[in-house]
Design a protein around this ligand. Structure first.
Ligand code: AHM
Ligand code: MG
Length: 325
């Protein structure tokens, strides 16, 4: 029996949730691989300039964006921990053009799609950033190939993200259950601090890049004006941090399509699907403005999508204003 005052660790949580019941050994290993990787990433994030890890690599990634050195380091770390977990069949990564197919494919292999370091523009300025993961179970008997990664969000078995903020917090979502864990820097373990997270019914905040207002279409401008009239604005510019605040405090995040970004800015497979899954399991919603994010059948690994994410009622109201035209 755990000592009084003992907080359940992430390892104990996944063991009691799944392994003790003889279920999902593989998923527990995948989650712990993400936790181990995020401990290494957060060390680099916290050391920042001291460890000479800031600045760019000089490369442009498949998204056409400048690669920060910490983007590359995080991608390498998670590819390593996930590949070595023994339960990951393939990895899709925002920073890597083609899927990483893991050798020694196992029967209960998982497919992980990740944004290894979200909030690139905030890396060098000590503002919260994070890592995002969507997790699918490969189909029975399937030999994975590049197309195996093109699965809709509604088939995710779990999603998780880590925020490297004033503390390091890992949020894990499985069907109808979202739990948050805080990294204890002394022990190096994640401890359960936010059991059974539900988005508060009341919406406190809206998060959007107001600088894009002039390039929105009229219905979307109208929807954003309604949000502005009702709620306080909070926008960090790291989706994972903006979403985490809105999940705990109640809020809506919107990065709609606009004249310059006809398909939106954010990535379906690495950002919208995992955070949409977390939102739905916590009682929230995720939409493009026209359809549920989870129902999109992906055509390309790196495809972009408009994203409206957060409190269910407010997402639905926003979508209805956009759809009304
Ligand atoms: P990244 O994955 O390369 O960091 O880009 C995604 C980020 C999101 O975290 C954030 O919501 C958005 O880009 C901010 O974009 P903008 O600077 O246009 O507001
Ligand atoms: Mg990102």
């Amino acid at each position: 029996m755990p000592a009084a005052g003992h907080r359940t660790t992430l390892q104990e949580y996944v063991t009691s949730e799944w392994q003790d019941k003889g279920q999902n050994d593989g998923l527990a290993a995948v989650i712990m691989a993400i936790a181990d990787g995020s401990c290494r990433v957060q060390q680099q994030v916290r050391q920042a300039a001291l460890a000479d890890v800031l600045g760019t690599t000089g490369e442009i990634n498949v998204q056409g964006e400048i690669v920060e050195r910490l983007d590359k380091a995080s991608s390498d770390i998670f590819v390593e921990t996930l590949s070595q977990s023994g339960h990951v069949a393939a990895i899709g990564c925002e920073e890597i053009e083609k899927p990483v197919i893991v050798e020694g494919d196992v029967a209960d292999g998982y497919i992980v799609l990740m944004d290894p370091l979200d909030g690139s523009s905030n890396i060098d300025v000590a503002v919260s950033i994070g890592s995002i993961f969507g997790i699918w179970l490969k189909r029975p008997g399937e030999t994975v190939n590049d197309d195996s990664l093109l699965r809709p969000g509604n088939q995710q078995v779990a999603a998780t993200y880590v925020v490297y903020g004033s503390s390091t917090v890992l949020v894990l979502a499985t069907k109808n259950k979202v739990s948050g864990f805080t990294l204890d820097p002394e022990s190096g373990a994640f401890a359960l601090t936010h059991p059974n997270i539900k988005i508060p019914a009341e919406c406190a905040y809206y998060s959007t890049n107001e600088g894009n207002n002039k390039v929105l279409d009229k219905p979307t401008q109208k929807a954003i004006t309604l949000l502005r009239d009702k709620y306080s604005q909070r926008y960090v510019g790291s989706l994972v941090a903006d979403f985490h605040r809105n999940l705990l405090k109640g809020g809506i995040f919107a990065y709609p399509a606009d004249q310059n970004r006809k398909d939106g800015r954010l990535r379906l497979m690495y950002e919208a699907n995992p955070l949409g899954f977390v939102a739905e399991q916590a009682g929230g919603a995720a939409s493009t403005g026209y359809e549920r994010i989870m129902d999109i059948v992906p055509q390309q690994l790196h495809q972009r999508t408009p994203l409206i994410l957060g409190n269910k009622d407010v997402v639905e109201e926003t979508v209805s204003v956009i759809k009304a035209g």
